[in-house]
Design a protein around this ligand. Structure first.
Ligand SMILES: CC(C)(COP(=O)(O)OP(=O)(O)OC[C@H]1O[C@@H](n2cnc3c(N)ncnc32)[C@H](O)[C@@H]1OP(=O)(O)O)[C@@H](O)C(=O)NCCC(=O)NCCS
Length: 167
């Protein structure tokens, strides 16, 4: 399996992965919207043989609606059913976080399963005094600092692009 940046030729396969993994078109549409409207983005695929089997997407989020911090949200991510539980998702997270670090991102947020993301170094956001704008249980909203202490002295609410409101 290799992990690489998405190209135009991957877009249809990426859409199919999200539709199959989530069982609805909402996440696929979210990716299409963000890909066309938002910069910077990080969009990476996992390829096995000639087949695109997984996708991970990062887009900017803000703390207290300020633009002075370089923060990205990990979402959405999906692996084709049939290829799940074989390490594809983990490889995407690890490579995706590396790419974020290479681009100078200070911290990454994720809204996801609290049994999955801590293995990559994500901590509950409340440990940083930071919350999600969404009314979710606090343990499902997590943050990983890529630059040590990047969020020191920063507290408040993380906001995602308005397109996330449709999912
Ligand atoms: C979540 C997902 C991307 C993980 O990809 P994957 O290739 O199966 O992940 P890996 O093989 O690297 O890791 C498997 C681990 O993830 C855990 N896992 C997978 N899906 C999970 C879920 N929905 N909730 C909790 N844990 C989950 C498995 O228990 C396994 O843990 P283990 O190693 O302790 O057994 C994939 O299952 C998927 O596409 N799910 C549907 C879409 C989704 O929920 N996306 C995430 C939210 S944005």
């Amino acid at each position: 399996m290799i992990i690489r940046e998405e190209t135009e030729e991957d877009i249809i396969a990426v859409r199919a992965i999200h539709e199959a993994a989530f069982g609805s078109p909402a996440e696929a549409e979210l990716v299409d919207t963000l890909r066309s409207q938002v910069r910077p983005i990080i969009s990476m695929v996992a390829v096995e043989g000639a087949l695109v089997v997984g996708h991970i997407f990062f887009s900017p989020v803000t703390l207290n609606s300020l633009q002075n911090l370089k923060l990205m949200g990990l979402a959405p991510m999906a692996v084709m059913p049939g290829h799940q539980r074989g390490g594809v998702g983990s490889a995407l997270v690890v490579r995706g976080l590396e790419e974020c670090a290479n681009r100078g991102v200070g911290a990454v947020t994720v809204l996801g399963h609290p049994a999955y993301y801590p293995r990559f170094g994500f901590l509950p956001s409340v440990r940083f005094g930071i919350r999600s704008e969404y009314p979710v249980p606090e343990e499902v909203f997590m943050i990983k600092e890529l630059i040590p202490n990047y969020l020191h002295d920063h507290r408040g609410t993380i906001n995602y692009h308005e397109a996330f409101g449709d999912v």
